[in-house]
Design a protein around this ligand. Structure first.
Ligand SMILES: *Cc1c(COP(=O)(O)O)cnc(C)c1O
Length: 405
């Protein structure tokens, strides 16, 4: 749909432009006020010209906005921009990243289906699957992320969906997405990738054969720690099901949050580039420090999947983990000695964060499950923000000094 203002302007046909141009312009439809920036439609409902017009819109016989649980122009702009950036036929916005996962499973799976999930997915995702979906008769098994044979042998006749995060949190493990998509499709299952850590600026899972993308827009898409939101993207046939669930059940995205995310997307690639450059500098430096036993970051040649990361991603992301000499007590001393890094489990913010996975994000796992996942008590995770890298380094030096104290 083009408006009077877009007619003849490139805004109305962005089929030939690059990523950064899409990130700034895709999905916008200028209204009668000729606004340059994206309009924020903070409205819950819409009016009709007549009773007959209302009836036609409700019946779906005429096009028109009805109610913001069904559609909102600001949210639609965000959805269209996300679809353009991921190369998806359609994207659907949700109230949070968890709501995106909820909507995907509720709309595409039924009781009796089996889902395979990579072992170290986001903690709330594990709770959602184990505590809630199981009650409704959806079965799950957890699989070693990188091992394609393990995926193959974990398949059952009723396996409907594979769900992965690549790279993983906090150990930055990867899966060969193309290889995994072939395993999933041979099984007649769909492959869903939570692309939160890379964003489409670094990784395009649909181009690698995945069927569905999940995002927590709360992280790098916002980029400045303000709003919660999520996205499901993929083929139209699947997204129509997701839309149907969201309209009925209600975890749709607030137009205000959609507007904030639109502004976030405009700088996404530039921010990701800066996040990744600082993470690379810190990872290489940490690897040389006394008191640091191991650094987990796919940008390091010492990472066993460095070559895969180079092939599959444009850069290596901004979340890195390292093990310090000592145990839990040493890791806590390191964290408490920092003064600039925020002690919080969040990530994807311009502010750098530091966290102790074993007692926070992965604290609810049993010690055995944690051990299988490779999350030791001396592991520290940082999500590198946009501060001066020298200042972050100086803060980590405070942590290293505390190890020797
Ligand atoms: C944060 C996060 C989620 C959940 O997103 P919310 O917006 O907090 O609901 C899901 N997956 C990953 C990888 C995340 O980091």
């Amino acid at each position: 749909m083009t408006t009077e203002w877009d007619a003849g302007r490139l805004d109305s046909d962005l089929s030939e432009v690059g990523f950064d141009t899409l990130a700034v312009r895709a999905g916008q439809r200028r209204g009668p006020e000729a606004e340059h920036g994206e309009a924020l439609f903070l409205t819950s409902s819409y009016v009709f010209r007549s009773a007959a017009d209302a009836a036609a819109c409700f019946a779906g016989e005429a096009k028109g906005n009805v109610y913001s649980r069904y559609m909102n122009p600001t949210v639609r702009t965000f959805e269209e921009r996300m679809a353009a950036l991921e190369g998806a036929e359609q994207a659907v916005a949700t109230s949070s990243g968890m709501a995106a996962i909820l909507a995907m499973v509720m709309s595409l799976c039924s009781a009796g289906d089996h889902i395979l999930v990579s072992r170290s997915v986001f903690g709330a995702t594990v709770s959602l699957f184990d505590k809630y979906f199981k009650r409704f008769g959806v079965e799950f098994d957890y699989v070693e992320l990188a091992d394609l044979n393990a995926w193959k042998s974990a398949c059952k006749p009723n396996t409907k969906l594979f769900f992965v995060e690549s790279p993983s949190n906090p150990l930055a493990e990867l899966v060969d997405i193309r290889g995994l998509s072939e395993v999933a499709h041979a099984q007649g299952a769909l492959l869903a990738v939570d692309n939160c850590f890379c964003t489409p600026a670094l990784q395009k899972p649909l181009e690698l054969g995945a069927d569905i993308i999940i995002h927590s827009a709360t992280k790098y898409i916002d980029g400045q720690g303000r709003c919660l939101g999520g996205v499901v993207a993929g083929r139209r046939e699947h997204m129509q099901e997701v839309v149907g669930f969201l309209r009925t059940a209600g975890p749709t995205l607030s137009p205000f949050n959609a507007w904030v995310f639109l502004k976030g997307l405009e700088t996404l690639r530039l921010r990701m580039q800066a996040h990744c450059a600082s993470a690379q500098t810190l990872a290489e430096w940490l690897e040389q420090q006394e008191g640091v036993e191991h650094v987990y970051y796919a940008g390091l040649p010492s990472h066993p999947q460095h070559e895969l990361a180079k092939r599959q991603q444009k850069a290596f992301g901004a979340v890195l983990s390292f093990e310090v000499a000592g145990g839990r007590e040493a890791a806590w001393r390191f964290i408490d000695a920092t003064r600039l890094l925020s002690i919080t489990a969040n990530l994807g913010d311009s502010k750098s964060t530091i966290t102790h996975p074993a007692t926070t994000t992965h604290g609810r796992l049993t010690p055995e499950t944690r051990a299988t996942a490779g999350i030791r008590d001396n592991l520290i995770r940082i999500a590198v923000g946009l501060e001066e890298v020298e200042d972050l380094q100086a803060d980590l030096i405070r942590g290293l000094a505390a190890l020797r104290a």
